[in-house]
Design a protein around this ligand. Sequence first.
Ligand code: URA
Length: 274
Amino acid sequence: MERLQKVLAHAGVASRRKCEQLIAEGRVTVDGQTITEMGYLVDAEKQAIAVDGKPVAAEQKVILLLNKPTAYMTTVSDPEGRRTVMSLLPQVAERLYPVGRLDYDTSGLLLFTNDGALTERLLHPSRDIEKVYRVTVEGKVDKEARQRLAEGIELEDGLTAPAQVEMLRQGDESVVQIAIHEGRNRQVRRMFEALGLPVKRLKRIAFGPIALGHLKTGQWRLLEPAEWKALYRSVELTPPPYARPTFPKVERKERPARRGKKPARHGTRNRKKS
Ligand code: URA
């Protein structure tokens, strides 16, 4: 159950303040009954809401992709006041939240959506969604280390599933691309630490069928329609109609109309003495 003005605003009807005004003016009905009570609780999934007799459509589904920089928390708000990924997103009417989590010191691909069913499926362990990371480690990743990653590594929360490993650079600092199918806490860092290879940088470059591509760090983009369909299909959901988020209109302050020139003051200054 949610407050009526919040449901209206999230459905893209108008700003929260304007929605309150619509309610106060008696223009909103819930199941055919006019509601003027502020904070009236509704179930948007089950109840019929209308403004001026026109049904309010359920919140459309939207998906955004962010190239997360390091030093941002993957949360909607942080009690310690640290910067969160939400501050990098545009203001939209839909309630977006991150699909899963990247560590504070991890960068790369992070999806945001308001589709709970999609999120649930993408994160469900039984789905084995592939995540690809580019990992920079201190030291060489020798054949034995690569084999252990490929076969599974014993961590304190159990054996990891086999990973696909590709060497990108071998040296005092090595770069590896690794594809995993699980989403345990700090999993990639712990896998390399177990091999005695501390992780210096970690970046996610793909999530299921979605690749980060050339998006700059700190920037976001919408999914392409083809990516949208591929993402839904990857978790056996019928893709809903492709939609862009609702960017709220900037409400301009009305300027008072200009009323011509100021009338001249009829004071005594400069008046010639007679
Ligand atoms: N694995 C990690 O160790 N950290 C992340 O942020 C993601 C995967």
